[in-house]
Design a protein around this ligand. Structure first.
Ligand code: XIL
Length: 344
């Protein structure tokens, strides 16, 4: 965690830096993450922004070296009716990632019944099997108390749907790292403990599970302080523990303005805590934020009264949250344990 003196130093530095233009490449988030021993620093994106938002593309290409399609690879977008695939959005994202050499995290697979599942995996993962490094095969499978969510998969196939989906995906893409991805597992609680049990069970059966995605949708001032301990529950099993959807929302007044200085400070502190958690675990390949600029964030639409959750403001200018991420990555260069990937 950041001491209040360090925090003050950063905040006053920000007052000076906020008028400067975007930082030079050697200070970009991805190169700092690489220097701190991490595989990547990523972000979620939407393909239509690539077409008509040059500022967006400029930041994407200069700051990030991993991309998650925010929605384009979800079932309802990529296979809107059974057997009919629309790869237009995802193709744009894959082309963009190849242009800059970014890795791609596929997100996500599960919906509907078994044959439908196999067809979907064959089509989507088959198409991108050489392009994607990671894929969230199962998204948000557990309830808060650690029981299985009664989704369409669980209702039709029972708990084996997770193993089935992982095995199908591994058959189609034997080199891809396959993840479960969930929220509220970033602390040691009933849900993360149940997830660790489920992971151990799958690994004992030699199911191809390689990573546990920590979504990390946090609230300023409420970000868990025991992320490292929760990560250990999985990294001790040999799983990678990427942070997959980091954002830190705070109460806002109009136009994504923080409601007060206290929440703004807490948010900066929480970004530092979050990045440091990944830096401190040798099985964390990197952090992906869930979009990078406030105007494109999902938060205001889903959590009324909250916003300002990301690193850039409405003018696409870096905010204090951007600079604290840089600071955490710089500090990580001295202290971080270098990433040690799992074998596929
Ligand atoms: C969200 C997107 O950001 C929104 O644009 C969409 O309307 C709904 O889904 N957990 C996940 C992500 O795994 O896929 C969700 O993304 C956020 C919560």
């Amino acid at each position: 965690m950041l001491s209040s003196t360090t925090l003050l130093a950063i905040l006053s530095a920000l007052a000076l830096t906020s008028v400067q233009s975007a930082p030079a490449d050697k200070d970009s988030l991805d190169s700092l993450a690489n220097k701190a021993g991490k595989r990547y620093l990523g972000t979620a994106i939407q393909s239509y922004q690539l077409v008509n938002n040059p500022q967006y593309v400029q930041i994407l290409e200069s700051q990030f070296d991993a991309i998650t399609p925010e929605n384009e690879m979800k079932w309802e977008v990529v296979e809107p009716t059974e057997g009919n695939f629309d790869f237009s959005g995802t193709d744009k994202i894959v082309t963009e990632a190849k242009k800059t050499g970014s890795i791609i995290r596929g997100h996500n697979i599960c919906w509907d019944s078994q044959q439908v599942l196999k067809n979907h995996i064959d089509a989507v993962i088959g198409r991108y099997k050489d392009d994607l490094a990671y894929f969230d095969i199962v998204n948000e499978p557990l309830n808060e108390n650690g029981t299985y969510k009664a989704n369409v998969w669980y209702n039709v196939l029972g708990e084996s749907y997770i193993e089935t989906a992982l095995r199908y995906a591994h058959e189609v893409a034997p080199k891809m790292k396959l993840c479960i991805n969930d929220y509220n597992i970033e602390t040691v609680n009933a849900k993360s403990k149940a997830m660790a049990k489920l992971s151990a069970k799958l690994l004992a059966k030699k199911a191809p599970l390689h990573c546990m995605g920590f979504e990390s949708h946090f609230i300023g001032g409420e970000t868990p302080r025991d992320i490292p301990a929760s990560m250990r529950q999985f990294s001790d099993l040999g799983l990678e523990v990427p942070m997959t959807e980091l954002d830190v929302r705070i109460p806002v007044i109009a136009n994504d303005q923080p409601a007060n200085a206290t929440v703004a400070k807490a948010q900066v502190d929480d970004y530092y805590t979050s990045i440091s958690a990944c830096l401190g675990n040798e099985m964390c390949p990197g952090v992906s934020i869930w979009q990078f600029a406030d105007p494109t964030s999902w938060i205001p639409g889903v959590f009324p009264g909250y916003g300002a959750a990301l690193l850039y403001d409405a003018e696409y200018k870096p905010k204090s949250t951007y600079y604290v991420v840089q600071q955490a990555l710089r500090d990580g260069k001295k202290t971080a344990t270098h990433f040690k990937g799992c074998k596929v």
